[in-house]
Design a protein around this ligand. Structure first.
Ligand code: HSE
Length: 423
């Protein structure tokens, strides 16, 4: 039965985000309905177990456990919230080809196959929206595509993963190691039982891929994003960083020049007084530099039922009210992804505690054209001593060459950490 005057919505999945979507809708129904005509109606929900007890007030009769039970012609919007690439891709493709607009919170799918889905949507004259896939409840995608359309976006720098930000915040504030902080994050429900996607940087790199498409018009292959997680970050690095005036954050950085875009997700030292350094615990933020507006920062909850559900609902309202595509940024046809890694770097090494060692290492850096910004040496009264350097800007390949030479010197026992520095 088609209910006239209502925008029929079908939801694939009824997990955390879908529950948040429904709760936000019921909580704000009168406000939303007063602003739009026709109003929304959730008419079918795909789940694995129809009889499972759920924390949302929907009639039992709308649950189905087979996608083929969706008569797609009846829906204005299909909301995909099952996650993963398959079968989500097929469900979305079929929905778009049947004339449904689609909303998804699926970052992995949008990062890996988003361009195909956008093309299918265009060919079928419908829309696909994915605000909730990056930064949970923070309106990043709509800001980049609509509010910032008058600017060329030159640079983005973000904390796009709440789990790792929570772990690094704990390590910094409580001086505990990575494993202890990870265990606490799991106990509090911030980290998954298998934390790989978060702590090894996959989650943040999917989100950066999506932002690159929207902000720079460059769609990277997942392997083109330089990616390093936080497992190797030690308390020593955090403490030396603080001593030198920096905090360590897992930063997703995108930078555009005339010829290329650099995209990286890696632990980075950032000055303590930079706005991004003040983003703590599970919070996310994106710092964006436009060529006219200058620097702006968007901050908020990057996960959770209600924030993420609210972003999905905003997409639904946007589709129904506007029924047109984003303004968007120009597609950068000739710009390629290339990571030169021109940056300052923090290097921690262990050396023999003998006269002249610091000078010899400084000379070795100099031989490769690397100028040093800061040095910290602490005598520990033993045979070896830690030595910490912050370099001036240098290409990563050149730094690696210098460190390969330095590592082979008889007075260097180990190079322990190399971390990017944003000044
Ligand atoms: N696992 C993600 C995070 C949340 O920790 O930020 C969803 O994208």
């Amino acid at each position: 039965m088609i209910i006239l005057g209502k925008q029929r919505i079908g939801i694939l999945g009824m997990g955390t985000v879908a529950t948040g979507f429904c709760k936000t809708y019921f909580m704000n129904k009168s406000i939303i309905d007063s602003k739009m005509d026709p109003s929304l109606e959730i008419t079918k929900v795909l789940v694995k177990d129809i009889d499972k007890k759920r924390d949302v007030d929907l009639p039992h009769s709308i649950y189905v456990d087979d996608f083929d039970d969706f008569n797609l012609e009846e829906f204005e919007i299909i909301i995909e919230l099952i996650g993963g690439v398959n079968p989500a891709f097929e469900y979305i493709k079929k929905s778009l080809e049947s004339g449904c607009n689609v909303i998804t919170a699926n970052k992995e799918l949008m990062a890996k196959r988003g361009s195909e889905l956008l093309e299918i949507a265009k060919n079928n004259n419908v829309l696909i929206r994915y605000e909730a896939s990056v930064g949970g409840g923070i309106p990043l995608i709509s800001t980049i595509n609509d509010a910032m359309v008058s600017n060329e976006i030159i640079r983005m720098m973000g904390i796009l993963n709440g789990t790792t930000n929570y772990i690094l915040t704990k390590m910094t504030k409580e001086k505990i190691g990575f494993e202890t902080a990870l265990t606490q994050a799991k106990e509090l429900g911030f980290a998954e039982a298998d934390p790989t996607a978060d702590v090894d940087g996959f989650d943040a790199s999917y989100k950066l891929a999506i932002l690159s498409k929207d902000a720079f018009g460059v769609i990277p292959k997942p392997e083109e994003i330089l990616k390093q997680g936080i497992r190797k970050i030690s308390i020593e690095d955090i403490e030396y960083g603080l001593e030198l005036g920096y905090k360590i954050k897992l930063l997703a950085i995108g930078e555009k020049s005339n010829e290329h875009v650099e995209l990286s997700v890696e632990p980075t030292l950032i000055p303590i007084d930079h706005p991004v350094a003040s983003v703590n615990n599970e919070y996310n933020a994106l710092f964006i530099e436009g060529n006219s507006v200058g620097e702006i920062m968007l901050y908020g909850k990057g996960a959770g039922a209600m924030p993420t559900g609210s972003a999905v609902l905003s997409d639904a309202i946007d589709i129904i009210k506007k029924k047109k595509d984003y303004m968007g940024h120009v597609k950068a046809e000739n710009i390629i992804v290339k990571n030169i890694g021109l940056s300052a770097y923090y290097v921690r090494m262990e050396v023999l505690d003998k006269p002249g060692v610091l000078g010899k290492i400084a000379v070795a850096f100099g031989d490769y054209g690397i100028s040093l910004d800061s040095v910290v040496q602490r005598a520990r009264g033993g045979r070896v001593a830690p030595l910490v350097f912050i370099t001036h800007e240098i290409e990563r390949a050149k730094l690696n060459d210098a460190l390969n030479t330095i590592e082979n010197k008889e007075y260097v026992t180990e190079i322990q950490s190399i971390i990017k520095v944003v000044k």
